[in-house]
Every structure is written in structure tokens, then in C-alpha cells.
Design a protein around this ligand. Sequence first.
Ligand SMILES: [Zn+2]
Length: 461
Amino acid sequence: MDTQFIQFIFSAALIIFSCVHAQKTDEHEKFIDELYQTTLKNGATYDLLGQLCHKFPSRLSGSPGAAAAIEWTKTVMQQYGFDRVFLQDVMVPHWVRGAREQAAIISGRQRTELNVLALGRSVATPAGGITAEVVAVTSLAEVAEFGREKIAGKIVFYNRPFAQEFVNTFRGYVATVDQRSKGASTAAKLGAVAVVIRSVGTGDDDFPHTGSLHYAKDSARIPAAALSSHGADQLARRLLKTPNLRFFLKLHCQYLPDVKSHNVIGEITGSENPDQFIMLGGHIDAWDTGQGAHDDGAGTMQTISALRTLQQMGYKPKNTLRAVMFINEENGLRGGGKYAELAVQNKEKHLVAIESDAGGFTPRAFGIKGGDSSLAKIRTWLDYFPDNTITAIKAGHGGADINPLNRADGTPVVGFIPDSQRYFDYHHSPADIFSAINRRELELGTASLAALIYLVDQFGM
Ligand SMILES: [Zn+2]
């Protein structure tokens, strides 16, 4: 072939390619634009989340509330006419808080009651409660420094404030949460009789924040509870005046036998690759303190709503879209584990697993774990997302319920990253209720998740 002919072919191919490419880009831009408009105007997420929060506010694993929420989400997806809706059996732990906890500062005959919440998985106090002197510390290391002499027989009070210096509040959470997760066992090894912590939260208020603790195998299990930031400040002030102050704590928690529960799954069948899944999920269980509105009612209802919106827009996916409400994220992670186990057993192929579990706030980014090529590919889609929504694709992330799938078969996992400034004002506390949700922010999250699903369906991973 002569050079001119080659040049001609090359230019022709380039023109054809640019036309096709331009046309495609317009088509996808148009679809995603319409997707955001539809969701902002008529999205179902806010209404669904209102129903979930008001009908089933208490959804801790094994509870009647969790069981009822599972049945309800199944019915919602059936009523939407999803092609297949089914339950996946999961045995879950059944820890209960019991009657309302009590905590009080005791000074002579004076008794000052404080708001308190047992930490998840804590054991109860003896029936009459525990009264003991308090030792205030700010770290696990300080407990070790104090040693048995100062710790034995005492209630250890972990008073480290939330690490506020990070823009990303999840970094602050990680930097502070060890007093909740490991504080009890660290203090028990030196003979402490109970632990109270300053809540791991960003707010300055009177809401205690619960969350799981982990008992070490080689130490006694002692009761542990959270005080609000105001309560912790009050106790700290009183300790300055009266160092040998006594504290009263009464918890009624119980471990009941494991309960059969479920992950709830809804699907819209793919037209070209019905056996290839694009999975989106959140967790249906929540702590029993508020209504689990941001954590993670928002993620589960965004999941259903994202598929619903694509369905209502008449979109026929090439791959099967799968919505998953995981059970037991908060105190066991058994739902995510079971999902991964069955996916491997049934040789299911997932293009991607996406999770929304960081609150119903304004979308900012997606994080991806697994496969550099997927990261590079998703980054080329950034222009499809409207300004002030998804502006970055970050390496590393995923989600607590989907990471087991990544570990089991290498499926790339994507975590939805909304604005994090207010999340830890609500997280695991009585303040995590429906009125803390902003409709537009929540629906923008749904639209961003639906747009990502659409792009993966169109371009693969
Ligand atoms: Zn969560």
C-alpha cells in the first residue's frame, strides 16, 4: 500500500471514530443528565427512607425490627417489579441492650445522672450496678503507664476527644476509635471493673454514641459504656475538683442465641450477560439508638432507588443489576461474609461491587480497591458527573460488606464517598434520625450511584 492510501485510510478511520465517539459521548451525557434530573425531581429515596426510619427505627441484628425491615424491603422491590427478589439466609449474633442504662457521678450524697449507652457487645454489670472510683486517661498507652496499682478496682474513663484536625472525618474516627474498640480489654488486663468512654463523635452535645467493642481473648470481660461529649466534660470537670470521685454504672445487656436472618437481594436481569453482576448495596441493620437514618438506612434506600430510577427511565441493562441489603454490618459482618461465600460457591461473576455506607450527604468521590486498570478507567468517566457531585476517584476503599467479596475472588469494590463533615455528629447515636437527612443531598447520592452503575454497564470495568 502506498503512503497516501494509508494516510487516507487513517484519516477516514479517525473521522469515523471521532463521529462515533462524539455521538456516544452525547448519548451518555444526555442519559446521565436526565438521570440526575429525574432523581432530584421524583426520586424515591427520601420517601423510602422516611418509611424505613419511622416503621422500623430499631434494626439491630437479630431484633424483631431487623426482621420486619428485611420483609419490608423485599416487598418494596417486589412491588417495583424487579425481575428477581430473594433472601439469603445468614445466622447473626443477637446482642440486646435491655432496659435503659444508668450512669451517675457520685459525690458524697450528691448524685448527678449522665446520659449513657452501653457499647455494643458489652456484658452487663451485676444487677445492682457497679460503683467505683474513676481514673481518667486519654489513651490506651496511659492505662499501661498507670499500671495495676492505679487501675485495679477502678472504672477507667477514656476521655480522648475526637481527632478534629483531619478534613476527612473518617481519619479522625480511625484515630480515636481504639478507646471504644479496645479500651475495655486494655483496662481489664490491669484489673479495672468497668470502662466509660467519651463518645467517638464530632458533635458537642448530649448524645452518647455506641458502637462495637472487641473483647480480647486473654482478658476478663468488663462492662463498657459511652458518655456524650457534654457528659464527659462534666465528669472531667468534677474529677479536677474531687479526684477520688465515685461513679455508678448499671447496664443490662445480654447475649441471646444466634438468630436466622437474611441478606435481601433484588435484581434487574441483564439482556446480554444475565450471569454477570453489577452489585450495589448497603446494610439494613443499624444500632438500636436512633433510626439508623444515615447509617445505613440512606445506603440501603439509595440502593433500591438507584435501580428503580434506571428501571423507570426504561433503561435495559446489559448486565444484571443487583441490589443487596446486607445484614449484621454493625456487630458481626456476617451478611457480607455470607454473600462472598455464596458468590464463590455459585461461581458468580461480579463486574463490580459498590457500597454506600458513609451517610446520605452530598456526593464527593468514589474510592476503588482492586485493579489499577479499573481505577484508570473510572477516572476517564469523571466528566460525566455534574459539577459539585463526584469530583474524584480515589485508590483504596470499598466497604465493610463488600470487601469480603474482593478478598474472596478479586472483584473490584467501590465505596461511595459523600461529604464527611456531619457524619460523626450522628453516627451510632440517638441523633441519627430521619430529620437529619436532607432530601436533595440524599437523592444526589442516589443519582451518582445510578450513574456509576450505568457507566459500568455501558463500558465494563
Ligand atoms: Zn454503616
